[in-house]
Ligand binder design. Sequence first.
Ligand SMILES: [Zn+2]
Length: 507
Amino acid sequence: MISEQIREDLELVKKTLRAAEVYEHAWHIVNFDRETICPPGAVEEKGELAAFLEGKVFEIRKSADFTAAFHRLYDALESGADFPEGPDRDMVKLWHLQITREEKITPQMAEEYARLSGRAFADWLRAKEEAKYPLFADSLEKMIKESSRMAALRGPEGADPYDIMLDEHERGMSCADLDEIFGVCTERLVPLLRKVTASKKKIRTDFLSRPVPLHAQQEMSYYLLGLIGFDLSHGALSTAEHPFTDGISRRDVRLTTHYYPDCFSSNMFSVMHEGGHALFEQNQPRESHDYFLTLGKTGGQHESVSRFYENVIGRSKAFTDLIYPKTKELFGEAMADVSAREFYEGMNVAGPTLIRTEADELTYTLHVIIRYEIEKQMIAGRIGTAQIPEVWNSLYEKYLGIRPANDREGVLQDVHWTDGFGYFPSYALGNIYNAMYYNRMKQDLDTDALIRSGNLAPIGSWMTAHVYAKADVLAPREWIRDITGRELTPEDFLNYLEEKYGELYEL
Ligand SMILES: [Zn+2]
């Protein structure tokens, strides 16, 4: 018999979460507006509106009745009391974790942290502009200290602060796990990159910077979104300085891209990447919305899907062959003397570069590992902030064989450290996850033939049934085991890269 108390508590928490959701919905719309078509003179005003709505969400979720009800529900669930089967259980576990994490963080602490982070952002901008790391060092030091202190309050007692940060971004992942996974990656990626760099094979890239008019690029965006199955009756495409995707609400998912007149591939891969994020958002199970579970998925799970569409599908020979005629039709002159093979090769050119966001599929993981190694050491206090640029530059030399000439193209390139630590590994884990589930998918589907015929729908359905279905309720390791029947390993990803670049660069 399910007790009256449990029924009442479940009723109360759902009612509260629904109320918070209304403000969240409004917040997403305001925020999307601010990042896209909002006129510059109104950005600040929209910022104030967004902050007001965010405050409302915070207020509702911090209410004493609500947290007390979740604690009672969690205790009942743990003690083995009669409890409704199904997603109610997932909801209680997920939100209980969320609530206990935030319990020791007072509004003053959160405010102080936001202030520090804002200051760090301003210092970082100035430091990056002038390529002078010392202008940022003081703020970074404070961010490390405050982030570590708050992580210790959020996590289990006695746990390592960096482990807590990692776990918050990628449930169940620790330094020990990542040391092992990333160790295997560097062991095979560094030699592979050396071979690629030494290869005599020359890849043609001249056509990549030829001008292509905006309208042709726009038409390409919608063509690509149509191919991958993005539902435009429940979604929209806009432009932004830095492309992103926003799952605004249950029936409204929006993505953005950026058009560069003389770099048409930038838009194409932004659309494929953000389109992947958007497909994930559009095809979540209905229970995820009904039971407020959508916050359960990790950055790595989300990135696995965006990178799956961008790289594994988007940069495959089958896919570039499929879209090649369309590029000839839309891009005219720019593609006139380019063969299908040259197009494929151009989309996959690889080599050491200094900027993470511009890195190719092969070197990207190394950029991430460098950031992970530095974060791990700085949070543990093994390196001081003064040493960070030198450590950064040495690691670039060690893994990529190149050294930044200044801090702007080195340690100051990413904005992330102005807001916290532990997010970078998710970017690399995404590639490792998708290589594993792609191998599993190929046992069920002839993906190459499907892509060549332009029919990606079965791939989309497979993703919905296997990849999206349990992402909110299973931590990444269990999720991968559930999809593939195997333990998490970087082997599939590394084999995939060795095979692909071996063929491309005739190694
Ligand atoms: Zn992404």
